[in-house]
Unconditional design. Sequence first.
Length: 231
Amino acid sequence: MRPPKDSLWNLLDEHIRKIQDGDIVLITSKILGIHQGRCVPISPDADKETLVRQEADEMINDRQPIHPPFQITIKHNTLIASAGIDESNALGHYVLWPKNVNLLLREIHQYICKKRKTKKLGVIATDSHIIPLRRGVVGVSIGFYGIEPLKDYRGKKDIFGRKLLYKQTNIVDSIASFGVLLMGEGSEQTPIVILRHAHFVRFVKRGTYRKLIIPRTHDLYYPLLKGFKKT
Protein backbone atom coordinates (compact mmCIF):
# COMPACT_ATOMS: atom_id res chain seq x y z
CA MET A 1 0.00 0.00 0.00
CA ARG A 2 1.26 3.44 -0.93
CA PRO A 3 0.56 6.78 0.76
CA PRO A 4 -1.32 9.04 0.72
CA LYS A 5 -4.29 6.66 0.30
CA ASP A 6 -4.73 3.07 -0.83
CA SER A 7 -7.39 0.40 -0.44
CA LEU A 8 -6.95 -2.17 2.30
CA TRP A 9 -9.68 -4.40 0.83
CA ASN A 10 -7.56 -5.23 -2.22
CA LEU A 11 -4.67 -6.22 0.06
CA LEU A 12 -6.92 -8.46 2.14
CA ASP A 13 -8.37 -10.09 -0.97
CA GLU A 14 -4.89 -10.87 -2.24
CA HIS A 15 -3.22 -12.08 0.95
CA ILE A 16 -5.95 -13.37 3.30
CA ARG A 17 -7.08 -16.27 1.14
CA LYS A 18 -6.48 -19.30 3.36
CA ILE A 19 -7.83 -17.93 6.61
CA GLN A 20 -9.14 -20.53 9.06
CA ASP A 21 -11.48 -20.53 12.02
CA GLY A 22 -9.48 -19.59 15.09
CA ASP A 23 -6.98 -17.38 13.24
CA ILE A 24 -5.95 -13.94 14.47
CA VAL A 25 -5.08 -11.28 11.88
CA LEU A 26 -2.59 -8.64 13.02
CA ILE A 27 -2.45 -5.48 10.91
CA THR A 28 0.00 -2.63 11.39
CA SER A 29 -1.52 0.75 12.18
CA LYS A 30 0.34 2.31 9.26
CA ILE A 31 -1.60 0.57 6.53
CA LEU A 32 -4.84 1.25 8.39
CA GLY A 33 -3.93 4.94 8.39
CA ILE A 34 -3.07 4.81 4.68
CA HIS A 35 -6.36 3.02 4.02
CA GLN A 36 -8.19 5.99 5.56
CA GLY A 37 -6.00 8.56 3.83
CA ARG A 38 -4.55 9.72 7.14
CA CYS A 39 -1.37 11.02 5.51
CA VAL A 40 0.13 14.50 5.53
CA PRO A 41 2.87 15.41 3.00
CA ILE A 42 6.17 16.30 4.65
CA SER A 43 6.82 19.93 3.74
CA PRO A 44 7.94 23.20 5.37
CA ASP A 45 4.25 23.90 6.03
CA ALA A 46 3.68 20.61 7.86
CA ASP A 47 5.11 21.10 11.34
CA LYS A 48 5.37 17.73 13.11
CA GLU A 49 5.14 19.21 16.60
CA THR A 50 1.84 20.85 15.66
CA LEU A 51 0.59 17.57 14.21
CA VAL A 52 1.52 15.74 17.40
CA ARG A 53 -0.41 18.24 19.51
CA GLN A 54 -3.41 17.89 17.23
CA GLU A 55 -3.32 14.08 17.27
CA ALA A 56 -2.39 13.36 20.90
CA ASP A 57 -5.07 12.92 23.55
CA GLU A 58 -2.63 13.90 26.28
CA MET A 59 0.98 15.07 26.54
CA ILE A 60 3.57 15.75 29.17
CA ASN A 61 2.94 19.38 30.04
CA ASP A 62 6.16 20.74 28.57
CA ARG A 63 6.43 22.86 25.45
CA GLN A 64 9.87 21.49 24.60
CA PRO A 65 10.39 17.78 23.83
CA ILE A 66 12.83 16.13 26.23
CA HIS A 67 14.16 13.90 23.44
CA PRO A 68 13.73 15.78 20.14
CA PRO A 69 12.18 14.99 17.73
CA PHE A 70 10.04 12.71 19.92
CA GLN A 71 7.35 13.81 22.33
CA ILE A 72 5.83 11.71 25.10
CA THR A 73 2.11 11.31 24.50
CA ILE A 74 -0.96 9.23 25.25
CA LYS A 75 -3.28 8.38 22.39
CA HIS A 76 -6.20 5.97 22.50
CA ASN A 77 -5.19 4.73 25.98
CA THR A 78 -1.67 3.97 24.78
CA LEU A 79 1.62 5.49 25.91
CA ILE A 80 3.29 6.22 22.58
CA ALA A 81 5.93 8.53 21.13
CA SER A 82 4.61 11.50 19.11
CA ALA A 83 0.98 10.27 19.01
CA GLY A 84 2.05 7.35 16.81
CA ILE A 85 2.89 9.61 13.87
CA ASP A 86 5.32 7.78 11.58
CA GLU A 87 7.39 8.94 8.64
CA SER A 88 9.41 5.79 7.90
CA ASN A 89 8.46 3.85 4.75
CA ALA A 90 5.86 6.56 4.11
CA LEU A 91 6.86 7.96 0.70
CA GLY A 92 7.43 11.50 1.91
CA HIS A 93 4.42 11.63 4.25
CA TYR A 94 3.61 11.64 7.92
CA VAL A 95 1.23 8.71 8.50
CA LEU A 96 -1.23 9.25 11.35
CA TRP A 97 -3.03 6.62 13.38
CA PRO A 98 -6.37 5.52 11.96
CA LYS A 99 -9.54 7.10 13.29
CA ASN A 100 -12.16 5.02 15.11
CA VAL A 101 -9.81 2.05 14.99
CA ASN A 102 -12.06 -0.44 16.78
CA LEU A 103 -14.93 0.37 14.41
CA LEU A 104 -12.59 -0.13 11.45
CA LEU A 105 -11.43 -3.47 12.87
CA ARG A 106 -15.04 -4.58 13.24
CA GLU A 107 -15.57 -3.77 9.55
CA ILE A 108 -12.45 -5.77 8.65
CA HIS A 109 -13.61 -8.66 10.83
CA GLN A 110 -17.01 -8.73 9.14
CA TYR A 111 -15.46 -8.41 5.69
CA ILE A 112 -13.07 -11.34 6.17
CA CYS A 113 -15.68 -13.56 7.86
CA LYS A 114 -18.15 -13.00 5.03
CA LYS A 115 -15.55 -13.37 2.28
CA ARG A 116 -13.86 -16.48 3.70
CA LYS A 117 -16.87 -17.96 5.55
CA THR A 118 -15.17 -17.99 8.94
CA LYS A 119 -16.91 -17.79 12.31
CA LYS A 120 -14.08 -17.42 14.83
CA LEU A 121 -11.67 -14.63 13.97
CA GLY A 122 -9.66 -12.04 15.85
CA VAL A 123 -8.33 -8.80 14.36
CA ILE A 124 -5.68 -6.68 16.10
CA ALA A 125 -4.21 -3.33 15.04
CA THR A 126 -0.56 -3.03 16.10
CA ASP A 127 2.16 -0.45 16.46
CA SER A 128 5.55 -0.36 18.14
CA HIS A 129 6.32 1.57 21.30
CA ILE A 130 9.02 1.86 23.94
CA ILE A 131 8.76 0.30 27.40
CA PRO A 132 10.13 2.67 30.08
CA LEU A 133 13.61 1.73 31.30
CA ARG A 134 14.21 -0.57 28.29
CA ARG A 135 16.03 -0.06 25.00
CA GLY A 136 14.32 -0.98 21.74
CA VAL A 137 10.70 -1.15 20.67
CA VAL A 138 8.08 -3.84 21.22
CA GLY A 139 4.62 -4.27 19.79
CA VAL A 140 1.41 -3.03 21.35
CA SER A 141 -2.22 -3.22 20.30
CA ILE A 142 -4.03 0.02 19.52
CA GLY A 143 -7.37 -1.71 18.99
CA PHE A 144 -8.87 -5.15 18.44
CA TYR A 145 -12.08 -6.99 17.70
CA GLY A 146 -13.41 -10.53 18.05
CA ILE A 147 -11.40 -11.78 21.04
CA GLU A 148 -11.41 -11.58 24.82
CA PRO A 149 -8.32 -9.54 25.78
CA LEU A 150 -7.67 -10.91 29.27
CA LYS A 151 -7.20 -14.21 31.08
CA ASP A 152 -8.31 -13.74 34.67
CA TYR A 153 -6.50 -15.65 37.42
CA ARG A 154 -8.09 -13.76 40.30
CA GLY A 155 -9.64 -16.11 42.85
CA LYS A 156 -7.71 -19.09 41.51
CA LYS A 157 -4.86 -20.79 43.35
CA ASP A 158 -1.20 -21.07 42.47
CA ILE A 159 0.68 -24.39 42.59
CA PHE A 160 1.08 -24.07 46.38
CA GLY A 161 -2.58 -23.29 47.05
CA ARG A 162 -2.17 -19.53 47.54
CA LYS A 163 -5.16 -17.61 46.23
CA LEU A 164 -4.28 -15.10 43.50
CA LEU A 165 -5.71 -11.65 44.18
CA TYR A 166 -4.61 -9.38 41.32
CA LYS A 167 -3.18 -11.30 38.41
CA GLN A 168 -4.65 -11.03 34.90
CA THR A 169 -2.79 -11.88 31.70
CA ASN A 170 -2.98 -9.29 28.92
CA ILE A 171 -3.45 -11.63 25.96
CA VAL A 172 -4.02 -9.08 23.23
CA ASP A 173 -0.85 -7.04 23.82
CA SER A 174 1.22 -10.19 24.22
CA ILE A 175 0.03 -11.32 20.78
CA ALA A 176 0.63 -7.85 19.35
CA SER A 177 4.21 -7.82 20.63
CA PHE A 178 4.98 -11.15 18.95
CA GLY A 179 3.28 -10.03 15.74
CA VAL A 180 5.28 -6.80 15.54
CA LEU A 181 8.49 -8.78 16.04
CA LEU A 182 7.62 -10.81 12.93
CA MET A 183 6.56 -7.72 10.97
CA GLY A 184 9.90 -6.01 11.55
CA GLU A 185 10.78 -2.34 11.71
CA GLY A 186 12.69 -1.77 8.47
CA SER A 187 12.29 -3.00 4.92
CA GLU A 188 10.64 -6.35 5.67
CA GLN A 189 7.34 -5.36 3.97
CA THR A 190 5.26 -7.54 6.28
CA PRO A 191 2.30 -5.38 7.39
CA ILE A 192 0.01 -8.36 8.10
CA VAL A 193 0.69 -11.45 10.22
CA ILE A 194 -1.69 -14.36 10.85
CA LEU A 195 -1.49 -16.20 14.16
CA ARG A 196 -2.86 -19.75 14.07
CA HIS A 197 -3.55 -22.40 16.74
CA ALA A 198 -3.81 -19.86 19.57
CA HIS A 199 -5.83 -22.21 21.74
CA PHE A 200 -5.58 -19.89 24.74
CA VAL A 201 -7.74 -17.25 23.00
CA ARG A 202 -11.52 -16.96 23.46
CA PHE A 203 -13.31 -15.69 20.36
CA VAL A 204 -16.42 -13.52 20.52
CA LYS A 205 -18.59 -11.64 18.02
CA ARG A 206 -18.54 -8.30 19.75
CA GLY A 207 -16.22 -5.52 20.78
CA THR A 208 -14.37 -6.13 24.05
CA TYR A 209 -11.91 -3.23 24.01
CA ARG A 210 -13.23 -1.58 27.17
CA LYS A 211 -12.39 -4.71 29.19
CA LEU A 212 -8.69 -4.01 28.66
CA ILE A 213 -8.73 -0.40 29.85
CA ILE A 214 -8.05 0.32 33.51
CA PRO A 215 -9.36 3.48 35.21
CA ARG A 216 -6.53 5.97 35.48
CA THR A 217 -6.64 6.24 39.28
CA HIS A 218 -6.45 2.43 39.62
CA ASP A 219 -3.35 2.19 37.45
CA LEU A 220 -0.12 1.16 39.20
CA TYR A 221 1.65 3.98 37.32
CA TYR A 222 -0.92 6.64 38.17
CA PRO A 223 1.65 8.79 40.05
CA LEU A 224 3.56 9.11 36.75
CA LEU A 225 0.49 9.48 34.56
CA LYS A 226 -0.65 12.52 36.54
CA GLY A 227 1.95 14.52 34.63
CA PHE A 228 0.00 14.22 31.37
CA LYS A 229 -2.41 16.97 30.33
CA LYS A 230 -5.14 16.93 27.68
CA THR A 231 -4.17 18.65 24.43
